[in-house]
Design a protein around this ligand. Structure first.
Ligand code: PGA
Length: 253
């Protein structure tokens, strides 16, 4: 079975102390991860060592950065490189979240550079894609997402692609309380997998985890994750509440 992943995206929330307390609460609650399931915590940069230390030794639990530089090293004030992240033990990074695309103007081409730098160093990217409301209303979401995939991913080899986790996040569902229906999620996840299959072959496409993101919560996680091409979720708001996120971990198939 493909890896099923519950990924928390804390975004720019919580103080260090609140983050520590949240992890303590999550660890204390009953949850179990089998070999094909993992939990990932994408926390603000300064909290990475705290989260690493707190989750050390837990099987299938990983800490992620929420972004990284497209440059290897050098005079880029304020940026954080893959090498810096790896030096504090980080193995996953979220790339191309819609908030970074929108507020920091990250383009598909720019994200391709970040993917290259991650994959050259063995860092696993969680690559986000997804359409804004006007594209969904026009019914052209498949074309929109296909372009994101083509421009950021399709220069990768099959081996490189297999290191990437994809997160489909319709922008109209992020932080809005408006979730895509499980049928809408399944439809576009199947489209993404078919697009990957057309480019890389079905055997490769079948191994890629495709997470759904956008107002995932305990109340809808089981239904969303039960869809055959939905391999877990990238969770914002609900990942800040221990009970909610533990229930989402426990909803993984
Ligand atoms: P949300 O955010 O769960 O708060 O909608 C998801 C995300 O942006 O990753």
């Amino acid at each position: 079975m493909r890896q099923q992943i519950a990924a928390a995206n804390w975004k720019m929330n919580l103080t260090l102390q609140q983050g520590e307390q949240l992890l303590n609460e999550i660890i204390a609650k009953p949850h179990s991860l089998s070999a094909h399931q993992s939990a990932v915590f994408a926390v603000p940069f300064p909290y990475l060592p705290m989260a690493q230390a707190k989750l050390a030794g837990k099987t299938n639990v990983f800490v992620a950065a929420q972004n990284c530089s497209n440059k290897k090293s050098g005079a880029y004030t304020g940026e954080v490189s893959v090498e810096i992240l790896q030096s504090v033990g980080i193995q996953y990074v979220v790339l191309g979240h819609s908030e970074r695309r929108e507020y920091f103007l990250e383009s598909n081409q720019f994200l391709a550079e970040k993917l290259d730098i991650c994959l050259a160093s063995g860092m696993k990217p969680i690559f986000c894609c997804g359409e804004p409301l006007e594209i969904r209303e026009a019914g052209t979401q498949n074309e929109f997402v296909a372009k994101q995939l083509a421009e950021s991913l399709y220069h990768l080899s099959a081996e490189q692609l297999q290191q990437v986790v994809i997160a489909y996040e319709p922008i109209w569902a992020i932080g809005t309380g408006k979730t895509a229906s499980s049928a809408q999620a399944q439809e576009i996840h199947a489209f993404i997998r078919a697009a990957l299959a057309a480019k890389y072959g079905a055997a490769v496409a079948d191994t890629i985890s495709i997470l759904y993101g956008g107002s995932v919560k305990a109340a809808n996680a089981v239904e969303l994750f039960s869809q055959p091409d939905v391999d877990g979720g990238l969770v914002g708001g609900a990942s800040l509440i221990a009970d909610e996120f533990v229930a989402i971990i426990n909803a993984l198939k």
